[in-house]
Design a protein around this ligand. Structure first.
Ligand code: AMP
Length: 281
């Protein structure tokens, strides 16, 4: 496995691969890899000649400095996990100076209102930070395909919008959410949960399943009310939002039209912020 921390060096390597006709897949991550990340890497390996994985904990997308400080990191384990899938991947692990060179701050992107609700509402400048780093990474790697998880569905839609807006010659590939056997969506932040908190966190998935089950018989407001009621029975859970929204625009459901909707949830479980979503069609 080739490991680069320097932009010019990885670009030279990728230029050579591309000149030999290689199709490049790219999986951006913040590390602390788990089976969710690995599913994206495997998909990229199966669909491309070469796969680049990046590990970079992007400071500009954190709205909470303590969250950034305590974000789980284990680069040696990450490298071993990637190698266990394939020795033939390229790892890009730049530091903040390499990515931001001068001031560590977000650029301003037109996110077409996709950041208006849910995570955008709760996490300040989060999506400008995400768009900034993904724009930089795509400009460096220039992949044919880039892989993003539906686990972070709002982020995925924002990246799809960014790729169109910035005219990247890259196809965004949506990847299914990987869950543990009890339904909890895998997340690097799950590492911060105790065994019992992880069990309690499965109630977020249960709430999404409840929404799916009732979507044809109850209206969105009724479903939201019942979800709030159900979750309030668990003192460890502090719900930030539960929303049913149009999958395309991410606008909250007002009147049901013939559209594709998803249920979205964010909550603190024993102080750890988790998000999840599920399609309702
Ligand atoms: P992160 O390291 O959290 O920034 O995630 C890197 C990529 O992995 C993003 O595209 C995420 O949506 C994706 N991802 C994270 N968790 C999962 C999961 N449980 N299933 C599928 N994809 C995931």
């Amino acid at each position: 496995m080739l490991i680069f921390s320097n932009i010019l060096q990885i670009q030279n390597h990728l230029t050579k691969l591309k000149s030999e006709g290689s199709i490049i897949g790219f999986v951006p991550t913040m590390g602390a890899l788990h089976d969710g990340h690995l599913s994206l890497i495997k998909k990229s390996i199966s669909e491309n000649d070469s796969t680049v994985v990046s590990i970079f904990v992007n400071p500009t997308q954190f709205d909470d400095s303590n969250d950034l400080l305590t974000y789980p990191k284990d680069i040696e384990k990450d490298i071993a996990l990637i190698k266990s899938i394939s020795e033939n991947t390229v790892l890009f692990k730049p530091d903040s100076y390499e990515i931001y060179s001068g001031e560590i701050k977000s650029d301003e992107f037109n996110l077409n209102g996709l950041d208006k609700y849910m995570e955008g509402e709760c996490r300040g400048n989060h999506f400008q930070g995400v768009a900034t780093v993904v724009n930089k990474l795509l400009s460096i790697v220039k992949p044919d395909h880039v892989y993003f998880g539906e686990k972070d569905f709002q982020q995925l839609r924002i990246i799809e919008n960014l790729v169109l807006d910035q005219k990247f010659d890259t196809k965004v590939v949506r990847c299914k959410t990987v869950r543990s056997s009890d339904g909890l969506a895998l997340s690097s932040r799950n590492k911060k949960l105790s065994f019992s908190s992880a069990k309690i966190a499965t109630n977020l998935f249960k709430a999404l399943n409840f929404a799916k089950e009732k979507f044809n018989t109850l209206d969105a407001i009724e479903i939201e009310k019942k979800v709030i009621e159900q979750l309030s029975a668990h003192s460890e859970i502090q719900l930030e939002y539960f929303a049913i929204a149009d999958e395309e625009t991410l606008e909250p459901l007002l009147i049901k039209k013939n559209k594709k909707y998803r249920a979205f949830i964010a909550a603190y479980v024993s102080g750890v912020r988790l998000i999840d979503n599920k399609k309702l069609y």
